[in-house]
Design a protein around this ligand. Structure first.
Ligand code: 3PY
Length: 257
């Protein structure tokens, strides 16, 4: 959530598989997002960007920075999910000019169901992937990861259809928003049976569609429990909370001074 390449690099060095750069709720602008993506990738860790909304501009900016994938909040319908995928995928190449492009055509994007409308032109993305630009363009449609958050009643009701959308790789539960959307206090979600049932529904929807399921977690015990339940990808808290909790705990121990 905090901007800064040094901070992003340090978090990447801790041992995580990915670092989520939060441009939805975090204090991270476009320029800080670029810096964090490069810093995380340089440590051999995957930079994922949580974009503010399912908007073509945000998606293009995140993927053009070289992010290995995006996480989109509040996905509501399969139609919206299809648009999201199309913004994140280059158009498949359907024609070649043999005289200009020897075998294999250097910029050809394989024709597949994942053809979209992503614009070509980033000078950064291929470097973050340690590829040539041509290789990046050829492989990005299958290498960039697309995750969507199920965290509203509407998203929950449509989660089976959203999971089936080609190109959506993972359904990620935002338990606090999901709890709010179901009419319960956000931070109490662990104790609310209806929210827990909703969480199971999303997990099942993802796996039945052959996709991954993930969940926002704030502590290692939560990660462990969700892993045992069958979830595939969890985050673990965040920088701001970690900083505050450590300081509060240490300061409390000094309260007798
Ligand atoms: C949620 O818990 O709703 C989240 O989206 C976490 O940021």
């Amino acid at each position: 959530m905090f901007p800064g390449a040094a901070l992003a690099r340090m978090i990447a060095q801790i041992g995580y598989d990915f670092v989520l750069i939060d441009c939805e709720h975090g204090n991270i602008d476009d320029s800080a997002m670029h810096a964090a993506v490069s810093a995380v990738a340089a440590e051999g860790v995957s930079p994922l960007v949580r974009i503010p909304a399912p908007d073509n501009v945000y998606i293009k900016r995140a993927l053009d920075s070289g992010a290995h994938g995006i996480l989109c909040p509040s996905m509501s319908t399969a139609k919206e999910a299809r648009s999201l995928v199309s913004y994140a995928k280059f158009p498949a190449t359907t024609k070649v000019v043999p005289s200009m492009f020897p075998n294999p055509p250097p910029l050809q994007v394989p024709n597949s169901k994942l053809s979209g409308i992503r614009g070509v032109g980033s000078a950064f993305a291929h470097a973050v992937f340690r590829q040539t630009m041509a290789d990046y363009i050829r492989t990005a449609n299958r290498n960039t990861f697309i995750a969507v958050q199920i965290e509203t009643l509407e998203g929950l009701e449509n989660c089976e259809e959203i999971a089936k959308v080609d190109g959506i790789d993972l359904l990620f539960i935002g338990p606090n928003d999901l709890s709010s959307s179901l009419g319960y206090p956000p931070l109490e979600h662990e104790a609310i049976p209806e929210v827990q049932e909703a969480i199971k529904r999303v997990l099942t929807a993802a796996h039945e569609a052959g996709k991954y399921a993930g969940m926002f977690c704030t502590a290692s015990e939560h990660v462990h429990r969700r892993f045992e339940q069958g979830f595939d990808l969890m985050n673990l808290g965040g920088d701001v909370v970690a900083l505050m909790e450590w300081n509060e705990a240490q300061l409390k121990k000094l309260s007798d001074i």
